[in-house]
Design a protein around this ligand. Sequence first.
Ligand SMILES: Cc1cc2nc3c(=O)[nH]c(=O)nc-3n(C[C@H](O)[C@H](O)[C@H](O)COP(=O)(O)O)c2cc1C
Length: 630
Amino acid sequence: MPTVELETIKAATREKMAHLQYRVLVCNGTGCIANGARQVYNAFLTKTGACRNLVSVKTGDPCHMVGLISQTGCHGLCQMGPLVLIRANNGFKDVFYCGVREPDVAEIVEETIKKGRIVDRLLYTNPQSGELCRNPGEIPFYARQNRLALAECGLIDPESIEEYIQGGGYSMLRRAALEMTPREVCELIRDSGLRGRGGAGFPTGRKWLAMLEQPGKPGEPRYLVCNGDEGDPGAFMDRSLMEGDPHRLLEGAMIAAFAAGATVGYFYIRTEYPLAVQRVRQAINDARRLGILGENLFGSGFRFDCDVVEGAGAFVCGEETALLASIEGKRGMPRHKPPFPAQEGLFGKPTVVNNVETLATIRYIMEQGVSAFRRFGTVLSPGTKTFALTGRVRHTGLIEVPMGTTLREVIYEIGGGIPGDKKFKAAQIGGPSGGCLGETHLDLSLDFENLTALGAMVGSGGIVVMDEETCIVEVSRFFMQFTQEESCGKCVLCREGTKQMLALLQDIVDGTAELEHLSLLEETARAVKAASLCGLGKSAPNPVLSTLTLFRNEYLAHIERRLCPAGACQALKVYAVNPDLCKGCTLCVSKCPAGAIHGEKRQAHRIDVTSCTKCGVCATICKFKAITAA
Ligand SMILES: Cc1cc2nc3c(=O)[nH]c(=O)nc-3n(C[C@H](O)[C@H](O)[C@H](O)COP(=O)(O)O)c2cc1C
């Protein structure tokens, strides 16, 4: 394989791109696709006749490229999709359109692309000031973020290795391989203070050094494994990175392999992420085609090759030892540590396991240096963190903020606050086994230390925001159901303990629990946390324990007064007709599946609570809002 000439590829790509009059970047994140982004993309192709592929266009061809339309990774502002960013070469500033539909494309092409005019109705309107925002930098959602791992996500074509190289890609790998020793790379990352973004926050440089220093037999394989399992409900950060900038991930993984002394790599990606699987596979194939993967890379003597392994969606397979067992073709069950994977990992050989975001951050640290990275975040948790912001917040989406940003900034400044002017109640952070934070934590700096001290965790980075209408006990029950179903069953405490906790929580939301349920729940939670084998069981009680601390009164209301203060628990609702509002239309009488509503035409009806099944149909269909649940 000839030595790859990054500069030649970079110059040729730059030359091609210099001829572009415009560039259209259509967000291809799941939210946007669900809202019709593919149709929007196709409409741009047909309406402009522009190219979709940088590689196939040769400068000077008669069909010389004037415009390039790309499907990108997630732009982040999922709530407002489909999102389209238009960049032009004629000194015209970027224009960012939200909620673009297929019929809007003709107007965008005529007005913005051909005449440089803005289509105001597709711009983002700042809800506070009423101002129209022309580009992402003017939108509070983006202005408050610092994108290091997500630097080019949404701004480049994830399927073009040439574009990645044109932006400086793979030059940090070349620098590491040609100008640094593996130890120097490990020490640089150690000095940056980068901590693993997969949940536990273990220092990345130290992990690499541990593997580098691990004795082994000459010629014996050593492995680098990228953890792209991301099984947490509500989390999509790693997926967005894999879909949006797979080469940044691959470059980070290769630098990690060089530093830690690995020659073979695996990207473990859940099979439910088909686009991520396809994009990472394509990135690997394209890098191999250009000689960036394989033997004697950049003439340095370093060799590395890798492949994708698809995981079948068991949450526990994200735990590193279970993940390694899964790659080996065994059932994905965790094992006791030590030995740690760096000592005895895949097929019994030294292995580094790193999260997607951790690896996607490496290029920034190599390029910008340790102090640039440490400018973000806190002393003990430097850098940034991506979060998937979901739940009762105006702007749900994908964000990247400095570690130490407060929950208030995330929810109110970036997320735009709670819709319907409802009151903030709690935020569940760190995935299904993370903890809940309440109003008193709104000004808490989100970092590894603070969250762990509160019995919560940064985890993978899912943030689910809840308002006053959310029942906190039901939320705990929901997450316990998830972790109980996902327990692999290997250790008794996790297998039986989570089952018991779920049964106790179910009784509480059903209104059949007694006070002893609460002490038993707490006792079981503490035992499961203390003595489970792996992180799944050790953290599964977090939602229960944290909500018991913050919202014990709500648990007590369910038990002592058979009342759900949020009015959310179906079993505790009592439906009643307000006689002042009821017009006696009989619609509810005819629709009630239990025959529980009685009354004559044009006279107020009444609900027989003994036969009412609390299904809520009556309240939904009543045109006069005469039926409510208390
Ligand atoms: C139940 C469970 C699920 C996990 N799921 C993931 C996951 O989806 N992705 C991930 O990177 N780490 C996950 N982890 C953490 C990994 O075990 C491991 O710490 C991480 O991949 C190491 O990479 P890092 O040091 O770069 O964070 C999980 C841990 C547990 C206990």
